[in-house]
Write a protein that binds this ligand. Structure first.
Ligand code: ADP
Ligand code: ADP
Length: 233
């Protein structure tokens, strides 16, 4: 079955008496091994969608199934467990801990998962090898370029072998060379069969994915639905 199945997804934000519907009925199915870009202008609902897909926030109505499990009725602790076990996150700002060497940043998801220390170190180093940073295990983020820091973040996203890699504007802070670097890495991960969802407002970045889903004003633009049907068929 699909890794991601969103059905009639709605998200309503309330502040005081003001309500705003950031997702207005979104249906989206993503199959294992797909590489999908979610694209749309600022304010269209991308971050809201990312937060829902990443189990950082829940829907107001509709349903979200991740790898067949309903996540709508989970409490915060259960959501945190799902995030850690099933989702590898890559953010625009890298979100690395500056005081820790690269390999210590990469092992963090495994600490939560109670993996023994020796195995954590070995897996962190293998993940860094995978992203081309075999000679940077011990460097702190401040000693690395932006592109290298984002590769550390990709290694951290991979190390737990998650069901889904969720990248939110991963190239937003990178120059064109580092952007190419990171997108090349996603190409490789796709070839290895990982499921990748990349959120971006840049069409040159979105075009690198195998399927582009366009968001406007809290709705998916037509065109993607037939593709989702094809994938399901
Ligand atoms: P994007 O990531 O595409 O820029 P967002 O998902 O951040 O879009 O926001 C979609 C819409 O929902 C915007 O109009 C935004 O102002 C609104 N919005 C997002 N988060 C909140 C919130 N916590 N409270 C109120 N409105 C919000
Ligand atoms: P992005 O550039 O990723 O879309 P935003 O600047 O739109 O980020 O939003 C940053 C954070 O603030 C998000 O978590 C979003 O949900 C929240 N947010 C966005 N718009 C509003 C709003 N009008 N009121 C409250 N929170 C908001």
């Amino acid at each position: 079955g699909p890794v991601i199945q969103l059905s009639a997804a709605r998200k309503l934000y309330r502040s005081g008496t003001i309500e705003f519907e950031a997702l207005r009925g979104v249906d989206l199915a993503i199959t294992e091994g797909e590489y999908v870009a979610i694209m749309g202008p600022s304010g269209s609902g991308k971050s809201t969608l990312m937060n829902v897909l990443g189990c950082l926030d829940t829907l107001t109505s509709g349903s979200y199934r991740l790898a067949g499990d309903d996540v709508d009725d989970l409490d915060e602790a259960e959501l945190a467990a799902i995030r850690n076990e099933r989702i590898g996150f890559v953010f625009q700002q890298f979100n690395l801990l500056p005081s820790l060497p690269a390999w210590r940043n990469v092992e963090l998801p495994l600490i939560y998962g109670r993996v023994p220390a020796a195995e954590r170190r070995e897996r962190a180093q293998r993940a860094l090898d995978r992203v081309g940073l075999a000679d940077r295990y011990d460097n702190r983020p401040g000693e690395l370029s932006g592109g290298q820091q984002q590769r550390v973040a990709v290694a951290r996203a991979l190390v737990g072998e998650p069901t889904l890699i969720l990248a939110d504007e991963p190239t937003g802070n990178l120059d064109s060379v580092s952007t190419e670097d990171v997108l090349g890495l996603f190409d490789e991960l796709h070839e290895l069969g990982r499921t990748i969802v990349l959120i971006t407002h840049e069409s040159e970045v979105a075009e690198r994915a195998r399927r582009v889903v366009r968001v406007r004003d809290g709705l998916l633009l037509p065109g993607h639905a037939e593709m989702a049907e094809e994938v399901r068929a």
